[in-house]
Design a binder for this molecule. Structure first.
Ligand SMILES: Cc1ncc(COP(=O)(O)O)c(C=O)c1O
Length: 431
């Protein structure tokens, strides 16, 4: 018997009743992509309130690489909550914050002395990375890219590319951003524009370059290698802080612990969140010690930043992921996901391409015309049908037409195959 178990229509009666309550109580602005309400999640599965069991290829948008309710993570969270849940590191420091900072300084790429700040969300990590870069350089502007997604706070909305739904109606934004083409298939063009921008604005104009190594929300496009090497070199020459946003790529998603390792890149600052902490809200900014330490005492921090329960969860989640990496399972899964997605793309008339890096793979869904225009409607239909068959997936892409996968990396071979078969069936049935 497979993992998927469907007992009711989707959503079932309890799900529909919760949806009615939600409609009256929760803001419309916080939308959800699936109509089910969760009751329990375990490993790579989600059980809804009506008892239907789904395979999870969304992982809470890439936050559950270590799997739902991993016993080691649950154990550490439980242990910590019995000691203390919150003290505020600003008031009474505690060991879990220090231990996690040591761990992140150790495992992030870069053969230099590092320091770490812990905060609450991906957006907050990016906000703080920008603060550090500004302080370090005494400059204000940043270079960012088309298709970028860095968050929903005021500064990170400015860094983010897509207008609807992320920026529409929320401006004006800080006017300190220069945007370049995202260097996927356009590496040479991006490189020429990058050099021209430095030439035009001068060496002293920019505090930071901020980049995702695989554009996440933007559509799972891996960055061009030679562009990245060039930017690394020029940032070093001009004291521009190279900030790499590993919020979605980090913690094993691309086949290595960090995508920076795949690219052999040493960023000045790395932003991390999502899968770092086994499902608890926590994020980190890890960077060169001299940059991170320049900021005056009290200039960084926050009430819940580096919450001890989340830190302990993170230590356990990272250990789970390290084990997956060392055993070769992480790389094997990355290969499997890549080859399965490429095979599906080859069989379909409306998949423009399969692309990504490791287990961060996607299908670019198009219409049937010769020009192959992005088709959000068709991508949504595939997802809808997958859910009806027991597979939860989500979309990405500036055109909203990219089917992406962010399943827990602890998924079993059987669950992976079952999920892939559901996806393949629902792609081919429309092809
Ligand atoms: C690359 C990237 N950066 C930043 C963020 C923002 O993270 P958060 O939603 O935790 O603020 C996200 C969220 O999807 C992301 O994918």
């Amino acid at each position: 018997m497979g993992t998927v178990q469907l007992k009711t229509e989707i959503p079932g009666p309890k799900g529909r009743s919760l949806a009615a309550r939600r409609e009256k109580s929760v803001v419309d602005g916080h939308a959800s992509v699936s109509p089910i309400f969760a009751a329990k999640a375990e490993g790579a599965t989600i059980t809804d309130v009506d008892g239907n069991v789904f395979i999870d290829f969304a992982g809470g948008i890439g936050a559950m690489n270590s799997g739902h309710r991993h016993p080691a993570v649950v154990g550490e969270i439980d242990r910590q909550i019995h000691d203390y849940a919150h003290l505020c590191f600003t008031v009474t420091p505690y060991e879990p914050y220090v231990a996690l900072a040591e761990k992140l300084n150790d495992i992030t790429p870069g053969d230099f002395l590092k320091k770490t700040l812990l905060v609450n969300s991906g957006a907050e990590a990016l906000e703080n990375a920008v603060k550090v870069a500004r302080y370090w350089t005494n400059r204000s502007s940043a270079i960012v890219f088309e298709h970028a997604f860095h968050g929903r706070s005021l500064m990170t909305m400015a860094l983010t590319y897509k207008e609807m739904p992320y920026k529409h109606g929320f401006g004006p934004f800080p006017d300190v951003i220069q945007r370049l083409p995202y260097p996927f298939n356009r590496g040479k063009e991006a490189l020429a524009q990058f050099d021209a921008l430095l030439e035009e604005k001068g060496d002293e104009a920019f505090a930071a370059v901020i980049i995702e190594l695989v554009a996440g929300e933007g559509g799972f496009m891996p960055v061009d290698k030679s562009f990245l090497a060039h930017v690394r070199k020029r940032c070093s020459e001009h004291n521009i802080v190279l900030i790499v946003d590993e919020v979605q790529t980090g913690f094993g998603r691309t086949g290595r612990m960090f995508a920076s390792e795949v690219y052999n890149l040493e960023p000045d600052i790395i932003c991390m969140a999502k899968s770092m902490s086994g499902g608890l809200p926590l994020s980190a900014v890890t960077g060169k010690a001299e940059m991170m330490d320049k900021v005056h005492a009290g200039g960084l921090g926050g009430t819940f930043g580096g919450n001890p329960v989340a830190c302990r969860g993170a230590m356990a989640a990272i250990a789970v992921l390290e084990e997956l990496e060392q055993s070769g399972r992480m790389a094997k899964l990355a290969d499997k996901v890549t080859s399965r997605f490429c095979a599906i793309a080859e069989k379909s008339s409306f998949v423009k391409e399969a692309r990504g890096l490791g287990a961060m793979y996607s299908l670019d869904i198009c219409d049937d015309t010769f020009k192959k225009a992005p088709s959000k409607e068709r991508a949504e239909k595939v997802l809808h049908n997958c859910l009806a068959d027991g597979l939860l997936m989500i979309l990405a892409g500036t055109g909203g037409n990219v089917i992406r996968t962010l399943m827990p990396l602890t998924i079993s071979d059987g669950e992976l195959e079952e999920g892939m078969s559901i996806l393949e069936k629902n792609i081919l049935v429309l092809s």
